[in-house]
Write a protein that binds this ligand. Sequence first.
Ligand SMILES: Cc1cc2nc3c(=O)[nH]c(=O)nc-3n(C[C@H](O)[C@H](O)[C@H](O)COP(=O)(O)OP(=O)(O)OC[C@H]3O[C@@H](n4cnc5c(N)ncnc54)[C@H](O)[C@@H]3O)c2cc1C
Length: 419
Amino acid sequence: MITPEPMPTSPSATSSSSATSSPSPTSSPSPTSSPSPASSPSTTATIDPSAAVTTTSTTAATTSANEKSATAEVVVIGGGAAGLAASIVLARSLRSVIVVDAGSPRNAASAHAHNVLGNEGINPRDLIADGRREAERYGVGFIDSTVESAGRLDEGDDSDFLIETAAGHRVSARRVIIATGLTDELPDIPGLVEGWGSTVLHCPYCHGYEVRGQNIGIIGTTAMSYHQAMMFSQLSDRVTFLRHNAPEPDETQRRMLVSLDIAYVDAAVEAVERTGAGTVVTLRDNEARTTLRDNQAGITLRDNEAGTVLRNNEHGTTPHSNRAGTDSAPSNLTFDALAVGPYFRANGEVFEQLGGTVVAHPTGMGTSIPAEANGATAVPGVWAVGNSADISAMVVASAASGVMVGAQVNAELIMSSVS
Ligand SMILES: Cc1cc2nc3c(=O)[nH]c(=O)nc-3n(C[C@H](O)[C@H](O)[C@H](O)COP(=O)(O)OP(=O)(O)OC[C@H]3O[C@@H](n4cnc5c(N)ncnc54)[C@H](O)[C@@H]3O)c2cc1C
């Protein structure tokens, strides 16, 4: 009879700071209670206080006397949702795995992660800490550092890899999984980054519910920003599109703005400031483009000599103050929340050191590591998961890709030993 395997109930995970005092994950759970990670394979915890690193290696992984060198079957670079999920499925297949993690998950700026089934609203760092504990219980080793260089030990596509960290660790491995995520590059607007993840948002599914019904400003960065405005309009009837760097709306986008009752301001944003009244957006001094006016009848887009003109309705995007000498053109608008489309730049340096090429995303919204559906990249032995390969993957999708790719890597390692 097959019984579901319970999660091992080991004591809290060893972390960099508590490793010396916490019981090792190898000490529990009781091997008699279930086929536990502690019983197969046996693990050895090694601690390097000088580098504040805990590495826990399986029987197949080895660490040298100075604990700066390690060998594993698979090294996972990045310990976010994707990398952790990949490491667990591999360790549960009795693979030796080391995760090297710089410790900056993309959503760390937010207090809550949503659409995380079974963990709705969890703090992102708590989610990662939980995932790491689960991985450690299966014998996954961790190095808290940044991978600075990566390459092959020898010539040839079947050579093992050597990874070196900023803290001086050297990890050799047969396979590499890149789980480094992406970097959100915000437009260079003073004050914007300070609100990132709380009052400056990007994803209607991550945070939209929390600002439902509020007065939301969309700062345009690309043509996709019109799509973003459309998505937020499902959550509030007070959405204003501030064109900023986005192209002028085409006919479809104009129709969308009008149909969905989205106010439109053809102006660039100069600065953003959080005040007690909300987030104040200062518009750039550009009279030709700053054309917000009242219109009791609702939004109308029309042409005049200055080009596309916004007709604002009673959305609450009332000019905060009007500059003298510019007629009714506003200099400031106040919103409850802002949404912006960052440039999603894949953290692809390690991939490129390994011989890969990061490519532009077809939408123009960022870059990504090109990978097949199973995570394989064009570089033999190198796989990519999560946001590094898919700019749209949310937490659960990133974890799902980690599980899927981890399973693929395990199968590929089995096949590689078939003569
Ligand atoms: C503000 C914000 C809020 C979000 N909220 C939600 C939400 O509510 N729900 C949701 O589903 N999604 C949310 N997301 C998306 C979510 O953050 C991503 O889906 C998820 O983080 C992707 O997981 P990942 O493992 O691919 O990358 P990450 O979580 O970014 O993890 C990558 C890890 O790799 C490490 N790393 C990078 N380079 C190196 C290197 N060279 N060496 C070693 N380590 C390295 C990083 O430090 C990091 O720890 C949000 C995103 C943002 C920006």
